[in-house]
Structures are given as C-alpha cells and as structure tokens.
Design a protein around this ligand. Structure first.
Ligand SMILES: *[C@@H]1O[C@H](CO)[C@@H](O)[C@H](O)[C@H]1NC(C)=O
Ligand SMILES: *[C@@H]1O[C@H](CO)[C@@H](O)[C@H](O)[C@H]1NC(C)=O
Ligand SMILES: *[C@@H]1O[C@H](CO)[C@@H](O)[C@H](O)[C@H]1NC(C)=O
Ligand SMILES: *[C@@H]1O[C@H](CO)[C@@H](O)[C@H](O)[C@H]1NC(C)=O
Ligand SMILES: *[C@@H]1O[C@H](CO)[C@@H](O)[C@H](O)[C@H]1NC(C)=O
Ligand SMILES: *[C@@H]1O[C@H](CO)[C@@H](O)[C@H](O)[C@H]1NC(C)=O
Length: 347
C-alpha cells in the first residue's frame, strides 16, 4: 500500500510526458485503416509519430523476422500505394512519415530501428512502439506466438523499447475508405488511443513508459459506437484457445480449429496474478483487456522448476551454479557463436 501511495504521489507531482516519439507497426499492412486512424489520433495529440509497417498483409507471421531478398518490390505494395519496382523500403507518396518495408512485422521493427531511424531520423529514438490496431483479436499465449502484431511488439521489447500490441474486432478496410468517425476502424483507433493515452499520461517526463522487457497486450471487443467499454486488468492465460488439427478425409488436408475442451497447458498459470480474468474471457464478455507480459519466458523460481532441473542434475557440469566465480557463469573471454535453428533454416 505504501509503495502504491508513494508512486501515486510521485505521479501527480512530476510533470507527465508530453510529446513522445512513437513508432508504429502492424501486420495488416501499411495501408490499414486501423493503423492510419490511430496514427492520426496520436499526431493530433501532439506526438511525433512514424510508421514503419509491412508493404503487404503479413498476418500470422508471429515473431518471424524475414527480410526481402530483393532490393525492390516485385509486386505493388498494398492497395497499389507504391508500384512494383519501387525500393523494398520507402515512404507513402502522400506522407513521408509513413514507411513501408517488404518484410514481416518483426523485420519491419528491426528495419525501422537499424535503417530508417539512423539514416533518416538521426537522434530520433522511439519512446514507445505500438502495433495495430489489428483486424481481429489476439488473445492468449498461443496466439501471442502466432500473431504478427505481437511479433512486431515483442521484437521492439527485445530491443528495449516499451511496446503495446493493440487488436480490435473489426474487419479489414483500406485507410482511404475510412471516411467518418463512426467507421469501425475509427472506433477501434479511438478505443486504442484511450488506453495508450493513459499509459502516456501516467508516465513522468524522462521516465520509461514501461519497465525493461515489459510489453502490453490490449484487445478490444466489437464496438458499435464510441462509448469506451469497460477496461479490465487481465492476463494472457485463462480460457485461452489453442489449435486442434482438423483432418478432412475427402480432401486429405488439414485445417485448424479451436481445441475443445479448452487445453490446460495453454492456460497454466505460473507467473503473475492468477486471480485475474483471462483476456479471452474479458473480450468475450465485451470488455477491453489489458494484459502485461514480459519477454523473460523463463519458468518462475518455484519447486516445479527445481524439480525439472533436478531430473537432469547429473548432466550439469560442476561449476554451472550461479554463484560460482570460476564456473560457466563467469563471462567467457570470447563468446562462441552458437548454431541456432535459424542457421539450419538459412542453409
Ligand atoms: C529498383 O529501384 C531503383 C530505385 O527506384 C531503380 O533505380 C532500379 O532501377 C530498380 N531496379 C529494378 C530491377 O527494378
Ligand atoms: C495520394 O496522392 C495522390 C497524388 O497526389 C492523390 O491522387 C491521391 O488522392 C492521394 N490519396 C490519398 C488517399 O490521399
Ligand atoms: C473502397 O471502397 C470502395 C467503395 O465502397 C470499394 O469499391 C473498394 O473496393 C474499396 N477499396 C478497397 C481497397 O477496399
Ligand atoms: C460512416 O461510414 C460508415 C462505414 O462506411 C457508414 O456505414 C456510415 O453510414 C457513415 N456514417 C455517416 C454519418 O456518414
Ligand atoms: C492526457 O494528457 C493530455 C495532455 O495533458 C490531456 O489533454 C488529456 O486529457 C489527458 N488524458 C487523460 C485520459 O487523462
Ligand atoms: C547463490 O547465492 C544465494 C545468496 O547467497 C543463495 O541463496 C543461493 O542458494 C545460491 N545458489 C547456488 C546455486 O549456490
């Protein structure tokens, strides 16, 4: 209680962050109506906003970071905003703050940080990364790993940038077809903005929007007007979905379905507050869910974890303990490059 009170006092006294540098991305493509509506709201609020988002629809890519092997677009960008043959990374001819890149959402995050910003905006570092709002919700740990919106988000978190994934329940619309403030894309952006604005306003000048390694997953139910639905503190696990492979005997192919009954594995709660409702449940009941995640995916330090390590205890070399000064944990003079699954994939 004391900590909370002190923190609240500090927040009310210190000046809040005003104009932030905000880097936007998504997985639906840089011409997304949802993305552009939120971009407009953030700019209208005085923030310095840049979009670096996929040139085409890139849903379902998760955290996959795939770069184009061509210097130029081999086909036109989304909605023919940019023609084939144009550079694989460039700007919308109508807005030089809106960049596209012909890669996955996570690749766009990295291209933004390592190419677009240093070359074209030297000194501009993002205070916050936003992905979305996505067309369709991204709920639970399984979808977290699948979603390009989340992939763009946790890629930013991995690069020490506070990041928020935003997902709504409306369907795809080109930005130039969002013509009024009651369009579902405009409503999705407005609800997203309401949550993002709170995070920004509650951040004091000079401090980070989120602690290192932290990200936020926001999901928005279907909206019929601009009344903000109840916003609910939630968690990723809890009534979350995962897939089942559904076999078609005639076609001899598979498609996915939601496993029933709900799987226990995807809903196991070890980290965070297990009494919070799952985000899947919150959105199903008409609320906006706000879940906090970290990209420290290690199991918590509980007896289960010790039990798991204990099974292979005899394999662990002497000196693998954390407190050993002579052992493995002391930094090796030369870091050896490790072979990863990605190396095999690239071969
Ligand atoms: C790629 O784009 C650059 C810049 O627009 C252009 O100069 C070049 O001719 C293009 N190359 C191809 C193969 O289209
Ligand atoms: C983009 O720019 C072109 C050329 O100036 C113009 O014809 C078009 O209407 C613009 N589109 C939008 C959506 O602003
Ligand atoms: C934009 O709206 C028009 C009119 O409803 C429609 O014909 C067109 O297909 C839409 N464009 C896109 C890219 O969705
Ligand atoms: C706003 O746009 C939506 C979707 O295109 C349309 O259904 C609605 O009639 C429009 N409302 C107004 C007031 O123009
Ligand atoms: C956030 O701060 C801005 C700028 O001070 C203010 O206009 C706005 O009302 C605040 N929003 C909320 C939700 O507190
Ligand atoms: C490391 O040190 C801490 C604090 O001294 C102790 O609690 C812990 O058990 C030690 N861990 C190992 C693996 O020796």
């Amino acid at each position: 209680m004391k900590v909370a009170t002190t923190l609240a006092a500090a927040l009310s006294l210190a000046p809040t962050a005003t104009a932030l540098n905000i880097l936007m991305n998504n997985d639906d493509g840089f011409g997304s109506g949802n993305l552009r509506e939120l971009y407009k709201l953030l700019k209208a609020a005085g923030h310095d906003v840049l979009i670096v988002a996929p040139a085409t629809q890139q849903s379902g890519q998760g955290g996959r970071s795939d770069f184009s092997t061509y210097a130029n677009l081999t086909s036109p960008a989304q909605y023919d905003i940019v023609p084939a043959g144009a550079p694989a990374v460039g700007t919308d001819p109508n807005d030089s703050s809106i960049w596209y890149y012909n890669g996955t959402p996570a690749a766009c995050t990295f291209v933004a940080l390592d190419y677009v910003l240093p070359r074209y905006y030297p000194g501009w570092t993002p205070d916050l990364a936003l992905a979305g709002p996505n067309y369709g919700t991204n709920l639970g740990p399984f979808v977290y790993s699948l979603s390009g919106t989340l992939g763009a988000t946790y890629a930013a978190v991995s690069r020490s940038i506070p990041a928020i994934a935003l997902s709504a329940s409306n369907s795809a619309v080109a930005y130039f077809n969002v013509t009024n403030a009651t369009h579902p894309a405009a409503l999705a952006a407005k609800a997203s903005y309401a949550v993002v604005e709170q995070f920004i306003n509650a951040t004091t000048e000079g401090s980070a929007v989120l602690p290192l390694g932290y990200g936020i997953n926001v999901n928005i139910p279907e909206l019929s007007d601009d009344t903000l639905p109840p916003v609910v503190k939630s968690r990723l696990t809890g009534e979350a979905e995962t897939d089942v492979a559904v076999y078609d005997e005639d076609k001899k192919t598979f498609t996915w379905g939601n496993v029933r009954p709900l799987a226990a594995g995807v809903n196991a709660c070890y980290n965070g507050d297990c009494s919070l409702p799952g985000e899947t449940y919150v959105v199903a009941n008409g609320g906006i869910s706000v879940s906090v995640f970290t990209i420290d995916y290690d199991a918590p330090s509980v007896p289960y974890t010790e039990m798991v390590f204990a099974k292979v205890e005899s394999l662990f070399s002497a000196g693998s303990g954390r407190n050993d000064t002579e052992g493995y944990q002391t930094k090796p003079a030369q870091k050896k490059r490790m072979m990863t699954g990605r190396d095999v994939y690239r071969m």
